[in-house]
Design a protein. Structure first.
Length: 286
């Protein structure tokens, strides 16, 4: 295993409960978990005692947190949804991120809801500037995912988002497999945005915008190995986090009825480890 790459995983893709999320990551021998929800409750919505238990359990397990996945600007909140909801979530997550020892908060860029293209762009940029300023003040880094929203599928828009925010507190999250559902080849965009990528999600699969069939990394059409090689050769030093989507897809409200996917999560992580080993050291590194 390369010692310059930090592997992680979105815990609730392994199981709803935190104990099993932790078990999945520890079975892989990894040192961090990415947090999205615990027992089906988004991290920002946990009450105080419940969050304290989360933070305590992660610390007791000796794990770090690679990133926190918010709902800011995601598929459930359009560009006309109350902006106050996002500001409130960010404020709450700021305190929680500090306690968890992470700076990264995943965001998206607001699906449209009837605005003209120009008005959509202006409102997304306005909201992103305000969110980024608050994140910078709180010592956080927002990482925008190539998923739902104005800048979801277009690298030029991703760069425009960064330009408008004009802050190191906004960077990009590159998900290798998101192009399947959104109708584009993610790898083809990567060269333009790679210098600004601060966090990576790994999915793989086949299909199109009508139907997606997710697979182990390397078994699909998403060029996982090529994407990782490009990033590593350009000096990427962030976490690579698995988001299998094989047993659970939160945005669709779908999950396998067993509710516990730890074995599958571990198998997915082991396959990613194999891919990373086969890549060898990055160009210019020992």
């Amino acid at each position: 295993m390369r010692d310059d790459i930090r592997l992680s995983g979105i815990g609730d893709e392994a199981a709803p409960g935190l104990d099993r999320q932790i078990e999945a990551v520890r079975r892989l021998g990894w040192d961090s978990v990415e947090l999205r929800s615990v027992d089906g409750v988004p991290l920002a919505d946990l009450d105080g005692p419940a969050f304290d238990r989360v933070a305590g359990s992660i610390a007791d397990a000796g794990l770090g947190v690679s990133c926190v996945d918010s709902r800011i600007g995601n598929w459930a909140r359009t560009v006309t949804s109350p902006f106050a909801d996002d500001l409130t979530e960010l404020e709450r997550l700021a305190d929680r991120c500090h306690l968890l020892g992470t700076r990264y908060v995943r965001i998206m860029s607001y699906p449209n809801a009837g605005l003209t293209e120009g008005d959509w762009e202006r409102e997304v940029l306005r909201r992103t500037r305000l969110l980024t300023a608050r994140a910078e003040h709180a010592g956080l880094v927002l990482v925008h995912e190539n998923c739902a929203g104005w800048a979801a599928t277009d690298p030029a828009r991703m760069l425009r988002l960064l330009e408008a925010a004009d802050s190191p507190a906004l960077r990009l999250l590159f998900d290798v497999g998101n192009g399947i559902a959104y109708g584009y080849e993610a790898y083809d965009h990567l060269a333009r945005i790679a210098p600004y990528v601060a966090h990576v999600h790994v999915k793989d699969g086949t299909g199109d915008t009508n139907a997606q069939f997710y697979s182990l990394p390397g078994d699909g059409d998403c060029r996982v190995a090529d994407s990782l090689r490009l990033l590593f050769d350009q000096g990427y030093a962030g976490a690579v986090s698995i988001e299998p989507h094989i047993n659970i897809r939160p945005h669709e409200g779908w999950s396998d009825p067993s509710g516990d996917y730890v074995d599958a999560f571990v198998a997915y992580g082991q396959r990613l480890e194999k891919l990373v080993r086969e890549l060898g050291p990055a160009v210019g590194r020992a």
